[in-house]
Design a protein around this ligand. Structure first.
Ligand SMILES: [Zn+2]
Length: 321
């Protein structure tokens, strides 16, 4: 019997990735299409529909050969309604996009929609570092801080599908303004952007000699820490403690068997993952630490696309019984 296959779609702020994914998680083909070629004057959803038609045409396929469409999308996504209900980056023509309704009308196959961080967490649970695990917290550290919580193998969606916004947990009462409108969020202090911002300040203040013309990014910061730059090491250490202390809270809240850390910085095992792990293990109540594993996420750019497909499959199973 032929394996069932699904269309996986990952909609980001700059591009949409479309792929053909088997029911066992094997990715057969992927294509990427730009979505901001005209400053979003063409609504993203319109571009996604057109790109999906182009994808099917390119591989000489028909939507009816697919069992469903799984969409991972940026923004506050109501999984219940399949609609974009909010956007942090103020993307034009994106709020209120009825993704599920439009995709089902256009392609006549069941469509599920969830936010990119929740989709990525499901991707890890299906074919990534959380494979076989049921209770997992996934935290992604990048320009922002994203999250997804798996409870008993299911993604925690909350009432609408917004749950898991781990980056917007306040870690500093009356702290600095966050892009979400609140103050003191984890994202403002624990994102890679926050780390870069702190190091840039130190350079401006003359605390790091000979770096005035350096274009600072995460890679440069970790390279400096590795070669013994004590000012950078201190900033890095503080940043790690912000993240790790938030993780301590998540451990006590969800009692996970695993915490996965994603994003570019998660490749830094010795300078990032290991110190985060040792801080968390030291600060959680001992019974929570016993079977807790903390490691880097495995999937890179495909996590959201694959995870959205897995969500489709889980929904089918839920319907069958
Ligand atoms: Zn916030």
């Amino acid at each position: 019997m032929n394996k069932k296959k699904y269309i996986g779609i990952d909609i980001g702020g700059t591009a949409v990735k479309i792929g053909s994914v088997d029911e066992d998680g094997t990715i057969h083909a992927t294509e990427t299409y730009a979505v901001n070629f005209d400053g979003y004057e063409t609504p993203i959803l319109q571009t996604v529909v057109k790109s999906c038609h182009n994808f099917l045409e390119k591989y000489r396929e028909n939507a009816s050969e697919y069992a469903g469409i799984g969409v991972s999308a940026t923004g506050a996504i109501s999984t219940k309604k399949g609609v974009v209900e909010g956007t942090a980056g103020h993307i034009k023509n994106w709020i209120n996009s009825p993704i599920r309704q439009v995709m089902e009308q256009e392609f006549h196959i069941p469509t599920e929609v969830l936010n990119d961080a929740n989709a990525a967490a499901l991707g890890e649970a299906w074919i990534g570092a959380a494979k076989g695990k049921k209770d997992v917290v996934v935290v992604t550290i990048g320009t922002g801080v994203g999250g997804g919580i798996l409870m008993n193998g299911k993604i925690l969606l909350g009432a609408s599908g917004f749950a898991g916004e781990l980056g917007h947990i306040p870690v500093q009462y009356e702290g600095e303004m966050c892009t979400c409108g609140n103050r003191g969020c984890l994202e403002h202090y624990g994102s890679t952007s926050a780390l870069v911002r702190k190091v840039r300040w130190a350079i401006q203040e003359g605390a790091i000699a000979g770096a005035a013309d350096t274009p600072v990014d995460g890679r440069w910061i970790f390279a400096q820490a590795a070669t013994g730059n004590v000012v950078v090491q201190k900033i890095l250490q503080e940043w790690i403690e912000v993240i790790a202390s938030a993780l301590v809270g998540f451990v006590h809240m969800f009692n996970p068997e695993q915490i996965l850390i994603g994003g570019g910085v998660s490749a830094q095992e010795d300078l990032f993952i290991a110190p985060v792990r040792s801080y968390v293990m030291k600060h959680v109540m001992p019974n929570f630490a016993k079977d807790l594993e903390i490691c880097a996420a495995a999937l890179k750019n495909e996590a959201g696309m694959v995870g959205a497909v897995y969500y489709c499959i889980q929904q089918e199973r839920a319907c069958d019984c």
